[in-house]
Design a protein around this ligand. Structure first.
Ligand SMILES: Cc1cc2nc3c(=O)[nH]c(=O)nc-3n(C[C@H](O)[C@H](O)[C@H](O)COP(=O)(O)OP(=O)(O)OC[C@H]3O[C@@H](n4cnc5c(N)ncnc54)[C@H](O)[C@@H]3O)c2cc1C
Length: 390
């Protein structure tokens, strides 16, 4: 038996625990600070070694053939320890890989999936642009026909993993205005004209690179078109539909992490007087009592977020419609995550005002969850549209 296979733990739960406890958690504090010079490749290499990059990939293509429920559990556990790592892994295993599985030709799957699932290659999903985020159908990046295939020109914005990725899934316009004029392309980073910007300095998630991606007349062969010409918007929206389950799980993990920090802070408070305030709550015992309400509310928010996430994942796994449920989960979980992390900062004060206190890190990390893969307002529009359609 090969050494790697011998070392691979048997069950998915064991592999998740090994990944989180041996790979993610020991580096979490370092990851939270970010490094604009060196991308943390080990995050993907180790996930690949444990079969986690290919969790949503069928066995026939070298994946682990897990479910979306499995994936939600993986992302939650990872985000609970380190949100930056969860973002990198989520983009790789979800929006970069899943469209290839669902829409790729046999040749494309053979060319790209093994390297992505083994963690040798890092993937990225490039839809947003400086002038089009929520209104993705208005994107301006162009893909013009040339003899050998297509030439891509334009600028993508806020692209996770840009600068480190080996393969970009790029949505570009091959036709007229609107959603039907958009196609999806697989663009290798080494192609001339692929020019990522420097990682942006973000509020949180600093260990995860987010950057502009300039495409300066990048030529790709016709075989790099994913799906049919004009199908790019549908491919992107399909990816984001299930992608929302991953973001929702990420939010659950961040919130659980913040709750754990708050519980530990309250539990470890002794019976010393905390001040000479001449108020009722002047001892740690009284503070512990005062914290019961916020802690219980936080637990209710985390538990309900997890249930909504798992419900959407289970529908997706059962092949049933899940667009509305995934949007509900993403809306609820990400908003709850910000609230829970904010309460954790309150409960851990004044220590939590330190920039690198774990509650402070989680509050900053939480903030982007309500924005990417569709803002909360966009989720509300999706939910209302689905309700009115029904
Ligand atoms: C950390 C991070 C990572 C990201 N990673 C990626 C990635 O890997 N790939 C990628 O393609 N993109 C990525 N994005 C981009 C992200 O998906 C967009 O930022 C998001 O979709 C919002 O688009 P926008 O920034 O253009 O904001 P806008 O669409 O301009 O929205 C600005 C505000 O207006 C509101 N709004 C917009 N339209 C309406 C409307 N019709 N009605 C009411 N309110 C409205 C929004 O809710 C929001 O509050 C990332 C973003 C962040 C912050």
């Amino acid at each position: 038996m090969p050494v790697e296979a011998a070392r691979r733990p048997a069950t998915l739960d064991e592999r998740i625990v090994e990944y989180v406890e041996s790979v993610v958690r020991p580096q979490a504090a370092q990851m939270a600070r970010g490094d604009e010079q060196r991308f943390p490749r080990y995050v993907i290499e180790e996930a690949g070694r444990l079969g986690l990059c290919g969790l949503l990939v069928p066995k026939v293509h070298g994946g682990s053939a897990g479910t979306h429920l499995d994936f939600a559990r993986l992302i939650e556990a990872t985000a609970c320890a380190c949100a930056s790592t969860a973002v990198i892994l989520d983009v790789q295993a979800s929006v970069a890989i899943e469209p290839l599985v669902q829409f790729g030709s046999e040749d494309q799957r053979r060319r790209y999936l093994p390297r992505l699932t083994r963690g040798e290659w890092l993937g990225a999903f490039a839809l947003s642009e400086p002038g089009s985020g929520s209104d993705a159908a208005s994107l301006q990046t162009r893909a013009e026909h040339i003899d050998a295939g297509y030439r891509l020109t334009g600028t993508k914005m806020w692209i996770t993993n840009a600068g480190a990725a080996d393969l970009y899934l790029v949505m570009a316009r091959t036709g007229g205005e609107g959603a039907r004029g958009i196609s999806a392309f697989l663009v290798e980073a080494e192609r001339p004209g692929v020019r990522p910007g420097r990682p942006l300095r973000k509020l949180g998630l600093r260990g995860s690179w987010t950057a502009e991606l300039h495409l300066d007349g990048v030529e790709v062969p016709a075989g790099n078109l994913l799906g049919a010409e004009g199908a790019g918007f549908r491919i992107a929206m399909t990816a984001l539909d299930s992608g929302r389950i991953g973001i929702s799980a990420q939010a659950v993990g961040i919130a659980q992490g913040a709750l754990d920090v708050a519980v530990e802070r309250i539990r470890s408070s002794g019976d010393r007087a905390v001040g000479d305030l001449d108020l009722l709550m002047a001892t740690d015992a009284a503070l512990r009592f005062a914290a019961t309400g916020p802690l219980a509310d936080m637990e209710a928010q985390v538990a309900s977020s997890r249930q909504l996430t798992h419900h959407a994942a289970a529908l997706c796994d059962a092949g049933r419609p899940f667009t509305r449920e995934a949007a509900v989960a993403k809306l609820w979980s990400t908003e709850a995550c910000v609230a829970v992390a904010s309460t954790a900062v309150d409960l851990c004060a004044p220590d939590s005002t330190d920039e690198w206190h774990p509650a402070a890190v989680r509050l900053r990390d939480a903030r982007a969850c309500t924005i990417y893969e569709g803002t909360s307002q966009v989720q509300r529009m999706v939910i209302a549209r689905e309700l009115l359609r029904a």
